[in-house]
Write a protein that binds this ligand. Structure first.
Ligand SMILES: [Fe+2]
Length: 165
């Protein structure tokens, strides 16, 4: 993967450069030793603040029912090599639910940004515990979770990563 921010041929920035409008986001702080030669364990793009287009780039992940879509924000997972680090949004349409618990070999952190999320419903979408925004989970590899449902629809922010980077 081409990490643009390790390829800069500019001088490391200083506070003076920044104040003079000469710094840019593709430079790294000089206190990071050998910054121009480093290879990082995590291959993830450098993306400074940008407006996320919530109308484009959604797809239904493999194995999920219709009505649940993801939008990748950064990184990637290689499920065969069991490496990688990915950040995504996951969106449930109202009333959609899954029927079996999930389990996977990567870490997972989930933050419920908006809407409601029901955890532990049965195969008919009944029962379970309903959570509101600002709900968080952190799951190590092998942890069973779900099934999940959303009554009114919801938006989740998720970070996935394999233990070896
Ligand atoms: Fe999961």
């Amino acid at each position: 993967m081409d990490l643009a921010w390790t390829q800069s041929d500019r001088e490391p920035y200083s506070i003076e450069n920044i104040r003079a409008g000469e710094g840019n986001a593709f430079q790294r702080h000089p206190l990071i030793e050998n910054w121009e030669e480093q290879t990082l364990a995590i291959e993830k793009e450098f993306k400074e603040f940008f407006s996320v287009d919530m109308n484009e780039g959604w797809e239904c992940p493999e194995g999920y029912p219709e009505g649940i879509d993801q939008k990748i924000l950064a990184g990637h997972l290689d499920d065969d090599a069991k490496t990688g680090n990915r950040t995504r949004l996951l969106r449930f349409q109202p009333g959609v639910f899954t029927t079996l618990p999930f389990v996977h070999e990567h870490w997972e952190e989930v933050y419920l940004v908006s809407g409601d999320l029901i955890v532990g419903n049965d195969e008919n979408g009944e029962g379970g515990e309903q959570f509101q925004p600002n709900t968080y989970a952190c799951r190590p590899p092998g942890a069973y979770h779900g099934p999940f449902k959303s009554e009114g629809g919801c938006l989740l922010f998720e970070i996935h990563y394999y233990d070896k980077g």
